[in-house]
Design a protein around this ligand. Structure first.
Ligand code: ADP
Ligand code: MG
Length: 368
């Protein structure tokens, strides 16, 4: 017997990469792919977790015993971390039976981790009448991932899964979590946005992420601002002239130009010039590749091949060093571009990438 069914989506980030830990702007939208949780409340303090996507029996944990130091190091840390974070926040959450089933690819940069966190928090919010809004849910889930799982991520993924709306991208200010839904209806314009999951994950990604974060903090400190968000685009040249370290200078240049690219994409979308965002996406890729240096040969291959085959724009999305790229195409050339990318991977004896069309979809919700 269950008390209900909830769903939370994965996401892709249209533009605004690595800006979320610099208090900057991001612009994700939700995928149609979701993690679905079938949940029953239980009043004996036991959290019983099972995932159709992981082999093995259900895992039983006592909610009173949950603590970051007691984490297991496996997938159950994500939902257990959410329960821990809610209780840490003073919310009266007890046990639950939760069964998960997901269509969000894991580890592909499409944020299956936020999907499983957010669906868990949303279900418990309803079943225990916790009174959280979608921002509260995102904050709790981020805390679970940062403190309990131990992954030092920003808040974009959780906000995207919790707050996105069908047919829109979410313009999010990660400083104060102000948000705006920006109409993003590709079909009406004869366009498609492809997601290409390279199925590659390079091993050094975590250390490199920490280094980029530290470099951004060093840049902000050297410039005397709270975060790189505070460096205005028209003050970029002055700011760069004040930095000695060429690596820090390149990181600063990416963050400042990337925040500006988010604004440019919004201006284009609001003016109904959807095709015009293509070159901005491609510029963003060049900046991530050359200045922020978080791309990899497979992501560059997707972008270069897609552009040569006639795509309007393309860039890596997510943290980098593997994962997925997005490609904006005319609907009529979707097939050609997909084929070109698949052939380029085959020619280099790389695993076939997974390609699908991303339709901007709904955020987390109760299903039944
Ligand atoms: P991403 O968020 O890009 O998919 P992460 O490494 O952040 O990649 O999170 C992936 C991890 O989240 C998986 O390795 C697994 O531990 C957990 N996870 C996500 N979805 C599920 C699911 N449906 N069932 C079990 N574990 C899941
Ligand atoms: Mg994740």
């Amino acid at each position: 017997m269950s008390d209900g069914v909830w769903a939370a989506p994965g996401r892709v980030n249209l533009i605004g990469e690595h800006t979320d830990y610099n208090d900057g702007f991001v612009m994700p939208f939700a995928l149609p792919h979701t993690t679905v949780a079938t949940v029953a409340r239980r009043d004996d303090g036991v959290l019983r977790l099972h995932s159709a996507d992981v082999a093995g029996d259900p895992v039983e944990l006592r909610v009173d015993d949950l603590a970051p130091a007691a984490r297991s190091g496996d997938w159950t840390d994500y939902p257990a971390g959410v329960v821990w974070a809610l209780r840490w926040g003073g919310l009266a959450v007890g046990g639950a039976d939760i069964h998960y089933e997901s269509t969000v690819p894991t580890g592909a940069g499409l944020s299956s981790s936020a999907a499983i966190e957010v669906v868990t928090a949303l279900a418990l919010n309803d079943l225990y009448a916790l009174g959280m809004d979608s921002r509260d849910i995102a904050r709790m889930c981020r805390r679970a991932e940062n403190v309990y799982v131990g992954a030092p991520t920003g808040i974009m993924d959780q906000m995207a899964s919790a707050c996105c709306a069908w047919g829109h991208a979410l313009h999010l200010d990660t400083r104060d979590l102000a948000m705006r839904q920006i109409p993003f209806d590709l079909t009406a314009h004869g366009l498609e946005l492809l997601v290409v999951d390279t199925r590659v994950k390079h091993a050094h990604s975590e250390g490199a992420y920490g280094k980029r974060r530290a470099g951004c903090e060093a840049g902000a400190a050297a410039l005397g601002v709270d975060a790189l968000r505070d460096v205005p685009f028209d003050g970029l040249d002055d700011a760069l002239a004040r930095l000695d370290d060429p690596e820090v200078r390149a990181l600063v240049r990416h963050i400042v130009t990337e925040n500006h690219r988010v604004e440019r994409v919004i201006a284009h979308l609001e003016a109904g010039e959807v095709r015009a965002i293509g070159p901005v996406l491609t510029e963003g890729h060049a900046s991530l590749r050359d200045d922020f240096r978080v791309s990899c040969p497979e992501l560059d291959l997707v972008v270069d091949t897609a552009l040569t085959a006639g795509a309007l724009g393309a860039r890596m999305t997510g943290g980098g060093f593997g994962g997925s790229a997005i490609v904006l195409v005319e609907s009529s050339s979707e097939h050609l571009v997909t084929k070109a990318v698949q052939e380029a991977f085959a020619a280099r004896t790389l695993d076939e990438p997974r390609v699908f069309t991303a339709v901007p979809s709904a955020g987390a919700r109760r299903v039944s």
